[in-house]
Design a protein around this ligand. Structure first.
Ligand code: PMV
Length: 306
């Protein structure tokens, strides 16, 4: 079974598109895929539980067209005449800031190599999944597919090797879905146009984000969860200044803090999707999780052990 992790971004989303560092934490859940040889005229990919099926033949309606294009990118890496059916099981919400498209891409690319008996090569999967992500996001930094490929807790800078981080204490967050999805492509484009219109203001925001990423990394390495939480909440204010939060996400952040979270923020592209809250114990995770799920928001526990 081939696998791609989901992820949450602890600090630094959007700045990372523009060359700044980000801290990301892989989610144990993600996408699973298996490929089977079949004798149909095209490759076919089916994604459950979404009930979506596409092939790499002529493009259909616009909703499926992106998935078809991505499948064509993935199957186009192989020069043989093998035709496959790829079954994907997705265990994350889509369009929610948890890196679902990268998780599927990594799982599918791995499955296509597995069915051909190729030896696994993470660097190749990473590079190929960046092309897959480009179909959906236009200008992906690479953080989602790096985390989908390698998992763990890491500092990512565009174009540089992933730097793994060993936490002094477990880093435990509760991730929760606001109920509305958003498009990473649109959110990334909105930040790019703010940067073009107001370069000084947006550069100041990116500078502040970068400072938080460095501070957050040090905090993780020495086990200062209070410091990490403060950096996350400050990062949320910077994302608000870029119009990437929503009233619902702001409310979820406030409620998580009131329930005892050490810090909370939007995660991923924003404009909808998920928020995350840092907690210092299983009990605190339960309290925050209860506060958010009582409002109807699904929650997931995400942990990096030392
Ligand atoms: O919302 P997601 O899971 O696609 O995360 C996007 C993260 C961004 O920094 C906003 C974009 C990127 O390519 O890094």
């Amino acid at each position: 079974m081939a696998f791609g992790h989901g992820k949450v971004i602890l600090l630094g989303e959007h700045g990372v598109v523009h060359g700044r560092p980000a801290l990301a934490l892989a989610v144990e859940r993600g996408a699973e895929a298996r490929a089977f040889v079949h004798d149909g005229p095209t490759n076919v990919m089916r994604i459950e539980p979404w009930g979506v099926q596409v092939d790499d033949g002529p493009e259909e309606d616009s909703e499926k067209a992106l998935l078809q294009r991505a499948l064509r990118v993935a199957t186009g890496f192989f020069e043989d005449a093998l035709r496959t059916r790829i079954d994907v099981m997705m265990r994350l919400p889509g369009g929610a800031g948890m890196g679902s498209s990268a998780a599927i891409g990594v799982a599918v690319l791995r499955a296509l190599e597995e069915v051909r008996g190729l030896a696994p090569d993470d660097e190749r999967i990473y590079q190929r999944s960046l092309r897959w992500e480009g179909v959906f996001h236009g200008n992906p930094s690479g953080v989602d597919n790096a985390m989908a490929t390698w998992g763990g807790l890491a500092c990512f800078v565009r174009g540089a090797p992933l730097e793994r981080i060993t936490p002094a204490l477990p880093v435990r967050v509760v991730a929760s879905f606001s109920g509305s999805s958003s498009g990473t492509r649109e959110m990334v484009a909105s930040v790019a146009s703010q940067l073009a219109r107001e370069p000084a203001r947006v550069t100041r925001i990116f500078d502040a984000m970068e400072t938080l990423v460095h501070a957050g990394r040090r905090a993780i390495e020495v086990g200062d969860l209070v410091g990490l939480g403060a950096a996350m909440s400050e990062n949320h204010a910077l994302l608000q200044a870029l119009s990437l939060s929503t009233a619902t996400l702001d409310d979820m952040v406030s409620r998580a803090l009131a329930a005892g979270a050490l810090g909370a923020k939007v995660t991923g592209a924003g404009g909808g999707g998920c928020m995350i809250a840092l907690v210092d114990s299983v009990l605190a995770a339960r309290r925050v999780s209860d506060a958010l799920s009582s409002l109807g928001h699904p929650t997931w526990d995400v942990v990096a052990e030392g």
